[in-house]
Design a protein around this ligand. Structure first.
Ligand code: WQD
Length: 350
């Protein structure tokens, strides 16, 4: 769907997975705070084109979109070779559910690795120099020491999802070793949650979500039921610890990472950054925060542990702060409040 012809001569950023949760929020920040042409590529396997209209409403700007599966190498080349002035690629497109990857690992390896190698091959062939990869704190596995820094040794991934991110990082490292002209930033997201402050866009879960926060907000409107997966872990309240980070803070980090690369501020041609707040929050604390900001008492049960879960993980985010000049803005209550506002928008539209 062409929302606008690419303006002649303007530099273009390709965003793969741009209709998805983090991709759509990143396009909003790109359109608001840069002059790049943005082209979004998505096959809507885990998203909907409604995101595109919401982006346009929020920013008042248009951008091009391509309905394209990156695993189709031939179609990728045919469609993308027509685009001139591509100055960078932000690669979000991937399957991302930890529990789903435990039950269906091969779909994760097929999709996440093939789509990455195809878009990297295209970038190499077209001499596109700047590449931002959507990585994950899942690459750390069950880390011995917390908070994790970018130099914390990677343990065995607890899920195929986390393993595809470890493999993806290794592939990019070797591509950069082979090509000094190619610059990559690997962004290790912790737990992206919440929704754009406008309340006009958020996560459009196509089917029952696996992630905690959309399940919390659906439970609050009676559309789901929340089970806390274990309260017998070796943590302060027995539930798992995560570093929840607002999706708009994550989006802002991508713009800063792009400027970091385009401004040649990177000291090496592969840079890794943790994108977390640096605060570990338990599942029960997240629930309490939601109850506080929504005024809703949440009914939940305590259930068995979930396969693939790490007990605790949270970030040392100093490198992103100093190198990318990135400071997370939103608190846990802001995250829960924006998620609740978005759920209410969805209810009003259904
Ligand atoms: C969070 C906590 C669950 C659901 C996510 C993304 C993954 C990656 C890492 C970016 C865990 C508990 C959950 C429920 C629960 N992010 N939980 N009941 O597994 O940490 O992974 O962050 O790359 O893409 O999926 O997130 O939200 O599924 O779980 O108790 O119904 O909430 O056990 O402790 P996870 P999550």
């Amino acid at each position: 769907m062409l929302l606008r012809n690419t303006q002649k001569g303007m530099q273009t950023i390709i965003v793969t997975g741009g209709a998805g949760y983090i991709g759509s929020h990143t396009i909003i920040e790109l359109l608001i705070s840069t002059n790049f042409n943005v082209i979004s590529i998505d096959n809507f396997s885990n998203s909907t084109s409604r995101s595109y209209q919401r982006i346009k409403e929020i920013t008042g700007k248009s951008f091009e979109t391509l309905d394209l599966d990156l695993c189709n190498k031939e179609k990728l080349y045919t469609q993308l070779s027509k685009i001139k002035n591509i100055i960078g690629i932000i690669h979000f497109a991937a399957f991302k559910s930890v529990p789903e990857s435990v039950t269906d690992p091969l779909s994760y390896y097929n999709n996440n690795i093939n789509s990455l190698t195809n878009i990297l091959s295209f970038a190499q062939q077209q001499k596109i120099k700047n590449f931002i990869f959507s990585s994950s704190c899942s690459v750390y596995g069950n880390a011995d020491d917390l908070p994790v820094t970018e130099n914390t040794p990677l343990k065995t991934a607890e899920s195929a999802y986390g393993h595809t991110k470890q493999i993806g990082e290794d592939i990019i490292n070797f591509v950069c070793k082979a090509n000094a002209e190619f610059n990559a930033v690997l962004l290790r997201y912790f737990n992206p949650v919440g929704a754009h402050p406008s309340g006009k866009i958020g996560e459009f879960p196509l089917n029952r979500p696996n992630n905690l926060v959309p399940i919390i907000t659906q439970t609050a409107v009676g559309k789901n039921s929340l089970t806390v997966f274990g309260n017998d872990f070796d943590t302060r309240d027995g539930s798992c610890i995560r570093d929840y980070i607002h999706v708009s803070d994550i989006a802002d980090a991508h713009v800063k990472a792009l400027n970091y690369l385009i401004g040649n501020k990177n000291k090496k041609n592969v840079s890794v950054f943790n994108l977390g707040t640096g605060n570990g929050v338990s599942v029960l604390e997240a629930i309490r925060s939601f109850e506080k900001v929504s005024g809703k008492k949440l009914n939940y049960t305590i259930g068995a542990r979930r396969e693939g879960d790490v007990v605790a993980i949270y970030a040392n985010n100093n490198l992103a702060k100093t190198e990318l000049i990135w400071i997370p803005k939103y608190s846990l209550d802001d995250m829960m409040g924006s998620a609740w506002k978005w759920q209410q928008t969805l209810e009003a539209e259904s």
